[in-house]
Design a binder for this molecule. Structure first.
Ligand code: GLN
Length: 234
């Protein structure tokens, strides 16, 4: 059974399609999940590298068709206004919103802004899937970039957080779990199958944050295999 399930997993992986759980053996090692990285601007290549180092297969996404067959997605940092314009021009906004309702998605910095329920400073359109209010460019000019080590709920030592013209999460809903903070405000959060960071985990060599997301994607795939697609809410 074991070898059969592995061969199913790897042939599916080679075909670039479903990869899943490897046959009916639920204890088998899952194949590497395919995780997209929105590749419009910003450091998507660093995210792709971090994903590959965390046990996933990264896939660059620039068109709506490229969302098909993905198990999860990262929305990287950059300039959220520019990213928003791109999404609207390429008619990707609605597809992305739909993707967020069915799959794990991780937004970092500008990506977190895109996921938020409400954006301030100034107000702007967002996907409204993460129950959080986010203020853009919240730390002022002087300290628009900084590095901080802080406790987190991830296993291991303090977490290195690189902030670049970072937003701040000023409100969260009851479903949102805070995994790390800066000056009392959440910097890394999870809500069901969504994650958001106001910093740039891809710019350090610490892979714990990407690994946490890859684990979330794998857990979601497992739940879908048992409960059926669309029924795997955490
Ligand atoms: N300041 C950017 C914005 O508001 C986010 C910065 C980043 O992603 N590093 O969209």
């Amino acid at each position: 059974m074991q070898s059969e399930s592995h061969s199913i997993a790897s042939s599916a992986q080679a075909s670039g399609k479903v990869h899943t759980l490897g046959g009916s053996d639920l204890n088998a090692e899952p194949a590497r999940p395919r995780i997209g990285v929105l590749a419009i601007q910003g450091d998507y290549a660093a995210h792709a590298k971090a994903l590959a180092e965390s046990g996933a297969i990264p896939v660059e996404v620039r068109k709506r068709e490229e969302l098909e067959g993905l198990d999860g997605l990262i929305l990287p940092g950059g300039e959220s206004t520019t990213m928003l314009k791109f999404l609207e021009r390429r008619h990707l906004f609605d597809d992305l919103k739909k993707f967020c309702s069915a799959h794990p998605v991780f937004g970092t910095c500008a990506g977190a802004i895109l996921l938020a329920r409400e954006v301030r400073n100034p107000e702007q359109r967002s996907l409204e899937v993460l129950d959080a209010v986010v203020e853009r460019n919240a730390f002022g000019r002087q300290i628009d970039s900084s590095i901080l080590f802080a406790d987190s709920k991830l296993p291991g030592d303090k977490l290195e957080m690189v902030f670049i013209r970072a937003p701040r999460i000023v409100e969260i809903g009851p479903e949102v779990e805070v995994l790390a903070r800066r000056e009392g405000l959440p910097t890394l959060v999870r809500q069901g199958k969504l994650m958001a960071a106001t910093f740039h985990p891809e710019l350090t060599t610490d892979r714990r944050v990407h690994k946490a997301f890859v684990d979330l994607v794998i857990a979601h795939l497992k739940r879908e295999a048992i409960l059926g697609p669309g029924n795997a809410e955490f």
